[in-house]
Design a protein around this ligand. Structure first.
Ligand code: GTP
Ligand code: MG
Ligand code: ZN
Length: 295
């Protein structure tokens, strides 16, 4: 898209290698590029990719030694979640939040499908919203189906580059369509057998919003490949741990079994949420932890 909002089909010229990362896709959704018009002025040739302010990668399924850039130059990553149909666990949410922290992308949470929540699900939703807002992740409850809560969301999305991520079937594409009725992105059914989505969106795509800004819709993910984190790094990606880290007796404290651990103390005193701590342990023990291979 040119500065005057004109769309052009572009191709890449020659070899592009972005410094530092081996990727399966040289140009990603969200990249700012320079291109020359070719032939009949309808097509372009990309000759340069501007440095990215940030990007988010997913490890490639087939080519284990390289990573796939999902998108770049993102203002905010929204984890689209649901308490039901399909359920999003906090383990999944925290893994994505840690990833966003690692890539220096501000993150927020959207709980969709509130129209179908049972009383129990509603109460779980409001507990999680309280928890995550208190950690600095703005949290929203919406229904794409009924249009509930969309005005508040439009307000924060407008004039920004936003990315929606989350499990298949939580309603990422449906929500984008509901936010901007001019869009007609394909949505899919929920499998009645598994209560899961059918992976309807198959590649990341950026959509301009009628009310200003851009939405990047992405394919549903099962789990998020973490890229070269060290144990010490993980605790730094938990904002509520961060302030306590220098108070632990041992400098290399893993906050698991060490005496004089400020994180464990806060956990005992209720200053740290037990579920978050549990998810921290999960990440720490993750067999995929050492993923230096992937980048
Ligand atoms: N009841 C209810 N259903 C919704 C809501 N939002 C989306 N759905 C339904 O959920 C199903 C999946 O929606 P999609 O938008 O395709 O989900 P997605 O997250 O884009 O899924 P992938 O593209 O596979 O990652 C569709 O049948 C939608 O109609 C909602 O707020 N309430
Ligand atoms: Mg989709
Ligand atoms: Zn500690």
């Amino acid at each position: 898209m040119t500065e005057s909002n004109k769309l052009c089909n572009c191709r890449l010229k020659g070899q592009f290698r972005i410094h530092g990362i081996r990727t399966t896709n040289p140009v990603a959704v969200g990249d700012h590029v320079e291109f020359d018009m070719e032939g009949a002025e309808e097509n372009g040739v990309i000759k340069a990719i501007a440095p990215r302010t940030n990007y988010i990668v997913r490890r490639s399924i087939n080519l284990s030694k390289s990573a796939h850039i999902i998108a770049s130059n993102i203002d905010r990553l929204y984890i689209v979640a649901s308490i039901m149909l399909p359920r999003t666990s906090t383990g999944f949410i925290d893994r994505l939040l840690v990833t966003a922290e690692a890539y220096h992308i501000p993150a927020a949470l959207i709980f969709n499908k509130i129209d179908i929540y049972t009383e129990e699900a509603q109460s779980r939703c409001s507990d999680l919203m309280k928890l995550y807002s208190s950690l600095g992740y703005p949290s929203y409850a919406v229904s794409a189906l009924e249009g509930t809560g969309l005005d508040a969301l439009r307000l924060v999305l407008s004039e920004k580059v936003n990315l929606f991520s989350g499990h298949s079937g939580v309603g990422k594409s449906a929500l984008i369509n509901a936010l901007d009725p001019l869009l007609t992105i394909k949505t899919g059914e929920i499998s009645s057998y598994h209560n899961k989505g059918m992976h309807t969106t198959t590649f990341a795509e950026m959509h301009p919003l009628a009310f200003g800004g851009f939405m990047i819709d992405t394919p549903g993910i099962k789990e998020f490949g973490l890229v070269h984190f060290e144990s010490k790094e993980i605790s730094e990606r938990f904002p509520e741990f961060r302030a306590l880290l220098h108070k632990c007796r041992y400098k290399n404290c893993t906050h698991v079994h060490e005496p004089g651990c400020a994180v464990k103390q806060a956990l005992d005193e209720g200053g740290i949420n037990a579920e978050r701590y549990h998810n921290y342990l999960g990440l720490l023990n993750d067999e995929n932890l050492d993923m230096t291979d992937y980048v």
